[in-house]
Design a protein around this ligand. Sequence first.
Ligand code: NDP
Ligand code: PYC
Length: 337
Amino acid sequence: METTTLTRDDLAALLAKVFTANGCSETVAGILAANVAGAEAAQSYSHGVFRIEGFVSTLRSGWVDGTAVPVVEDVAPGFLRVDARNGFAQPALAGARDAFVARVRRQGVALLALRDSHHFGALWPDVEAFADEGLIALSMVNSMTCSVPAGAVKPVLGTNPIAFAAPIAGKPPLVFDFATTTMAHGDVQIAAREGHSLPEGTGMDSAGQLTGDPKAILDGGALVPFGGHKGSAISLMVELMAAGISGGNFSFEFDWSGHPGAQTPRTGQILLAIDPSHGAGTAFADRGRVLVDQLAEAGFTRYPGARRRAVPVGPGTEVPLEAPVLARLEALASGAA
Ligand code: NDP
Ligand code: PYC
């Protein structure tokens, strides 16, 4: 297939037009466009350009408010709440970020809890920037019912990712970010579209039989948590932390059936950040380096985050797009599609 390359920033500019042409304010469009273009450049394909159709159909369905202005509530010394007002999570986080970082630096630790928010992206961008500033960050977001808890017979949980970021002296930060299901729902959709089968037991079909057929998982089936009862418990924790604390919906609670085309989960998110300079002993990033060096000596050279950080993602990074994909984005941006 013929491909064309755009720089990361040209892609972001095109995506911003897609978002504004489909009901987002300039502010929201800019934040979402940078997020999606950054994910595509970093080869996080399950939450890159592939997601644009879902963003557009959701915006057109009226399920999410692309012009929402988040409200930040200062509720306790270590606790900030954000009401995203049925808008996207990334602009809500951006609206609270400066106050949150100041709080973390002053107190050593703080929690940000977002509710009534739609997260349709990769979670690592929400935590990685904190580690680049010397902080430790942990985030969780719940999504939509599509995962059967261990031992149960029907889906209740979401794909519910967790992301963690910590600074490592002289190295990229250690960042992990993954769904608590066997894989992200987006990757199942990509496999179905491309005709790939998945490892046996990735999910269940509509009869409750374990399967590796992505179409069977999507067509009345469901995913399962990774690691049996262990991943199931972690996913439950994500529901409680992301939605229970914030006041957002659990993954099974919202009803988008009145909005055909809606794909963005209307749930909640938490972000916990720690300033490790308040810790005892040698600086945290130096301690992290001791651990990473020991791991390398044991043959563990690919710590999470290192692969992605090796991919260049600057403003001028060339991002390849298949010609029909680019044509579709241009049509969506011009309002012609
Ligand atoms: P993966 O199973 O692909 O795991 C990705 C993470 O594991 C990355 O941190 C990656 O590091 C690390 N990793 C992968 N392979 C190795 C390895 N061999 N050695 C060491 N580290 C490794 O992720 P998922 O498919 O579960 O999730 C994909 C994306 O989907 C995530 O960004 C997640 O946030 C997103 N998602 C979003 C949801 C939402 O509601 N918004 C819901 C569910 C998922 P590296 O980056 O260096 O490769
Ligand atoms: O890939 O599981 C997923 C997902 C859900 C919401 C956004 N991404």
